[in-house]
Design a protein around this ligand. Structure first.
Ligand SMILES: [Zn+2]
Length: 79
């Protein structure tokens, strides 16, 4: 039996897709295998920002603490 389908990540958008062969031609389908792959439409674009070692929540907390520390420093300088 020849393999007529296989799962992979789309080369363009990185979404998990299903490659299906029919009539000698390969076509890309969504992971469910029912709908043809609408490239880039269902997916978030690959994160453009550089990867951080911190989570988004940690980043927010770090910024909050930095602002607090900065504010305290200014208040200190005023006294
Ligand atoms: Zn795609």
């Amino acid at each position: 039996m020849t393999q007529t389908q296989y799962a992979k990540a789309c080369n363009k958008c990185g979404q998990p897709i299903l490659m299906k062969q029919s009539g000698g031609k390969w076509a890309a389908y969504e992971a469910d295998g029912l709908n043809s792959h609408a490239c880039g439409q269902n997916s978030k674009p690959a994160p453009a920002k550089p990867t951080s070692i911190f989570t988004a929540e940690q980043e927010t907390e770090i910024k909050r603490l930095a602002v607090e520390a900065f504010r305290a420093k200014i208040m200190e300088a005023k006294n």
